[in-house]
Design a protein around this ligand. Structure first.
Ligand code: NDP
Length: 250
């Protein structure tokens, strides 16, 4: 596991947006960020799941979260600028974005891959990140130290057969992370990095590996050290890196 022990108040007074915050790794990250003092903006497509995360954060006595139900598949530029306006009027700035929401798509040879699914996966996994970054950069610039964290995958570094649009989208994600790091690194307070969670006990992993026993995998909560590290001020000099949450596993 990534070796980092976060101080209790690591994210105190920070405002952090997490996409796909209703389930899996995004849910764990949202709750963990709140636990360490952040006000978390929960973005996801299933309002009910976001409500549950909101309630958990409230019950624990962490800073109250905000909920943004948004389907990244259907969202357009207007939705993102509306989101930015809401964050601006509520908080005035933004200190971090965790791009976590993703679709797995099909596990099929590219020759037989459904074109609509390809488009949908690219829209949710890539295009939405581009639009979200464009809309939110002015708010991130208002933070003393802002962190953009993307979510990659081992198939986003070395493609493997049958991973289709998902692998291609994760290569694109790595590129977006590097490009932003290069563009913003010297001229702004914003850093851009990525995390490869590695095999983690979630619904997406179970869908990709139905024969695997989930009990053999770490839970989302167990992989949180690197998520805290990249969002907090201990990583101020890290920019353009793709880090592993755990020792590499398929
Ligand atoms: P899950 O499928 O458990 O969670 C994905 C989250 O993304 C869900 O909350 C889901 O919402 C949300 N989401 C999906 N589509 C949309 C959409 N159109 N609009 C808004 N939100 C959406 O996946 P994981 O937690 O496993 O994955 C999190 C990240 O980690 C992903 O980027 C994934 O690629 C990456 N990853 C995961 C690995 C693993 O082993 N688990 C390994 C390598 C990378 P809803 O619940 O409403 O469907």
């Amino acid at each position: 596991m990534f070796d980092y022990k976060a101080p209790e108040q690591l994210l105190k007074d920070k405002v952090i947006l997490v996409t796909g915050a209703g389930d899996g790794i995004g849910k764990a990250a949202a709750i963990t960020y709140a636990q360490y003092g952040a006000t978390v903006i929960l973005l996801g497509r299933t309002a009910k799941k976001l409500d549950i995360v909101y309630d958990i954060i409230k019950e624990q006595g962490y800073p109250e979260a905000a909920i943004v139900p948004l389907n990244l598949d259907g969202a357009g530029e207007h939705d993102y600028s509306e989101l930015a306006n809401t964050i601006k009027s509520e908080f005035g700035h933004l200190d971090g974005v965790l791009h976590n929401a993703s679709l797995l798509g099909e596990r099929t040879p590219l020759s037989a891959y459904d074109a609509n699914t390809f488009e949908q996966v690219m829209k949710v996994n890539v295009h939405s990140q581009f639009l979200l970054n464009q809309a939110l950069l002015p708010l991130l610039e208002k933070s003393p130290n802002a962190s953009i964290v993307f979510t990659t995958s081992s198939v986003g570094r070395k493609a493997r057969a049958y991973w289709g649009a998902y692998a291609i989208s994760k290569f694109a994600t790595e590129a977006m992370m590097q490009l932003l790091a290069d563009e913003l690194g010297n001229i702004s307070n914003i850093r851009s990095n990525a995390i490869n969670p590695g095999a983690t006990r979630t619904q997406m992993r179970a869908a990709a590996y139905p024969a695997e026993n989930p009990e053999t995998l770490p839970t989302p909560e167990e992989i949180m050290p690197v998520y805290l590290y990249l969002m907090g001020n201990d990583s101020l000099n890290i920019n353009g890196q793709s880090l592993d949450a755990q020792a590499q596993k398929a």
